[in-house]
Write a protein that binds this ligand. Sequence first.
Ligand SMILES: Cc1cc2nc3c(=O)[nH]c(=O)nc-3n(C[C@H](O)[C@H](O)[C@H](O)COP(=O)(O)O)c2cc1C
Length: 148
Amino acid sequence: MKAQIVFASMTGNDEDMAEILEENLQDAGFDVKNIDVSFADATSYLDADLCVMVTYTYGEGVMTDELKDFYDQLITLDLSGKKFAVMGSGDKTYKDHYCENVDDFEKAFIKCGAVEVAKPVKIENAVDDEDIDLIDQATEEIVEAFND
Ligand SMILES: Cc1cc2nc3c(=O)[nH]c(=O)nc-3n(C[C@H](O)[C@H](O)[C@H](O)COP(=O)(O)O)c2cc1C
């Protein structure tokens, strides 16, 4: 099974999340590609069985230019038959905008026809041990969905 992870990260927190998920999925037998959104083309999801977006949220939920470009490409795709998961890091002090871009990408994948196979993982700032547990749990949900 092929997994395509795309991550958006400025200070490294989301990159760390993506790397943990990448290792987990490799351990579960997936052929994983993990790429920074700055170098990614959303069409790379077309070649994957599992599509994952790991994203920051900055600016009270308004997407950065690089994220918006990627999002605009993504929403043109037909991803029916594919499975997806989203996760990301934010900060609860931003209240209603907490991890808002994670929600944006969840909605986008649904619009593209993909099926969500893990509860979105939202963490605060840097990854800690409890956050690793959440990523591990999401991995288990993903693996189960492929075993069904
Ligand atoms: C200027 C600024 C704006 C931010 N806006 C939001 C926001 O709207 N919502 C949110 O959940 N987090 C917000 N954050 C927190 C970051 O998303 C959080 O620190 C995240 O871990 C950064 O991820 P990264 O290390 O992958 O870049 C903001 C942080 C900064 C510095």
